[in-house]
Design a protein around this ligand. Structure first.
Ligand code: ADP
Ligand code: G6P
Length: 465
């Protein structure tokens, strides 16, 4: 069997039990733990000058991590990745900026990382690259003479062509993406945006078998929605039900309903609108005063990017204002916590709540939505209120799907979720669990890797013929 080499900017913390850093790290770690392989990427450290990777083996996974210099970090990570690509791909061109030097830094770091990886590669390795930091990574490897199969999965949305074209080097980026053998997106809509860019721009054509012919290459372009392991999460939620923090919250919520939200503190997550819709519920239905609380857990992320500093301030202001307006001596409407928790503990908190309130303005998939459903007690499940702009909405029809820009509709959905009769809750939960089981994390990984192997085997047979 060939070795699997996973490449991503963020490599999951290697210590078990430590909170992970977002959907990519969670998904890749769980997927890689079973197959085994190498995980190559940034160590999270800023260093003086580039060095060879540090290698650490844990179980079946070998971690190979490298530091970034301050200039690399500023231009590649903080700059082009998180101040240009992230906002644009989340449809926030108003928050996006473009700087030619940052883009040059982005390309330079992709090449440096490719060189560092190349030194470790063996001829039979299969390479699976993840996320927007590494769009040109395959091109960099190909330029170094690497001919191994290379696939790419984008964890975040892929924007419609009009939006993508606001990034000045859009054509160069898409052309570079065509150096991969397989391109994977979270949803059919994301895949279609990519195909539209290629076809409308006259760069190539798509065929019915999912292949694209563009820029002189042939590659597979597919939708591979990332999943979770629902039954493992269900049992973790049950096992952690007796933890001290869970009991504390349970006691505090006696006689009250609990709405739970958990996100990185990111402007794409729709946190301000979410708080304001909750405020509308309290305005419209005074009978909920003192009887429902929203717990929002939101650890800060990318805090040295200016747009993230602003969202943090805005949110603190909104939480304070709404609490000031409605709080009573023994009731705080919004409990807003800026910290990470152990993942299993979060699952137990989800299980305690009556409503999962997941309303991003735009999101690749949103694993929290899936985790919320999986954590519930099947005999008394909570209700998921979910944004139509999360990739997960394509797969969780049992949720109350809302438009996060419509505050009144969100307030109505909260009211409906809080009052939903048990038989309806159970039916919705069973329906969503079935979906989660049929498209779990191994389905995602295996479907992608099967395509990567198939496409590259077919290509080498064609080359030899
Ligand atoms: P994103 O990848 O944009 O952060 P996802 O919802 O897809 O969004 O994934 C977030 C992952 O990080 C989930 O697995 C979630 O459980 C975890 N997570 C989010 N917030 C926290 C937190 N406060 N503490 C620990 N884990 C968290
Ligand atoms: C999202 C992105 C990941 C990223 C994570 C955390 O899940 O898709 O690529 O790793 O957020 O963000 P960070 O910038 O801390 O890596």
């Amino acid at each position: 069997m060939s070795r699997l080499i996973v490449v991503s900017n963020r490599v999951a913390p290697t210590q078990e039990g430590r909170p992970a850093a977002g959907g990519l790290a969670i998904g890749v770690l769980d997927a890689l733990k079973e197959t085994g392989g190498v995980w190559f990427g940034w160590s999270g450290e800023i260093i003086g000058e580039s060095q060879a990777p540090e290698i650490e083996k844990q179980g079946k996974v070998t971690y190979a991590t490298v530091g970034l210099t301050r200039r690399d970090y500023d231009q590649y990570y903080r700059g082009f990745s998180n101040a240009t690509l992230w906002p644009t791909f989340h449809y926030r061109t108003d928050l996006s900026r473009y700087d030619r030097q940052e883009y040059a830094g982005y390309l330079r770091v992709n090449t440096t990382l490719a060189k560092q990886l190349k030194a470790m590669l063996e001829p039979d390795d299969i390479i699976w690259v993840h996320d927007y930091h590494l769009l040109p990574f395959a091109r960099a490897l190909r330029e170094l003479g690497v001919s191994n199969p290379i696939g790419f999965f984008l964890h975040i949305p892929f924007p419609v062509p009009e939006m993508l074209r606001t990034v000045p080097p859009h054509e160069e980026l898409v052309k570079a993406m065509c150096s991969y053998d397989v391109l994977g997106f979270q949803t059919q809509a994301d895949r279609q945006s990519f195909v539209d860019y290629i076809e409308r721009g006259g760069f190539g054509t798509a065929s019915d078998d999912g292949m694209i012919h563009a820029f002189g290459r042939v590659l597979k372009v597919g939708a591979y929605p990332i999943g979770i392991y629902p039954d493992a999460i269900a049992s973790a939620a049950q096992q952690f039900a007796d933890r001290k923090q869970v009991n504390t919250l349970r006691d505090a919520m006696r006689g009250r309903k609990l709405i739970m939200s958990v996100d990185r503190l990111d402007y794409s997550k729709g946190l301000v609108e979410r708080f304001q819709a909750f405020e509308r519920l309290l305005l419209a239905s005074p009978n909920w005063h003192g009887r429902v609380s929203l717990v929002q857990i939101a650890p800060p992320t990318r805090s040295d990017v200016q747009t993230y500093q602003r969202i943090r301030q805005t949110l603190e202001g909104e939480a304070g204002r709404i609490n000031g307006r409605f709080a009573q001596l023994d009731w705080t409407p919004i409990q807003y916590l800026n910290r990470k928790y152990e993942r299993n503990l979060l699952m137990a908190l989800f299980r305690l709540s009556q409503v999962g309130y997941v309303t991003p303005l735009r999101d690749g998939m949103n694993l929290v939505a899936k985790e919320y459903v999986a954590s519930q007690d099947p005999e008394d499940p909570g209700v998921l209120v979910l944004s139509q702009f999360a990739g997960a909405a394509e797969q969780l029809p049992g949720a109350l799907v809302v438009n996060p820009f419509d505050l009144t509709q969100m307030a109505e959905a909260l009211e409906r979720a809080l009052s939903m009769p048990l038989p309806d809750r159970k039916a919705r939960h069973a329906d969503m669990m079935a979906q989660l089981r049929s498209g779990d994390l191994s389905t995602w990984r295996d479907a992608f890797l099967v395509d990567l192997r198939r496409v590259t085997t077919a290509a080498s047979v064609t080359r030899k013929a």
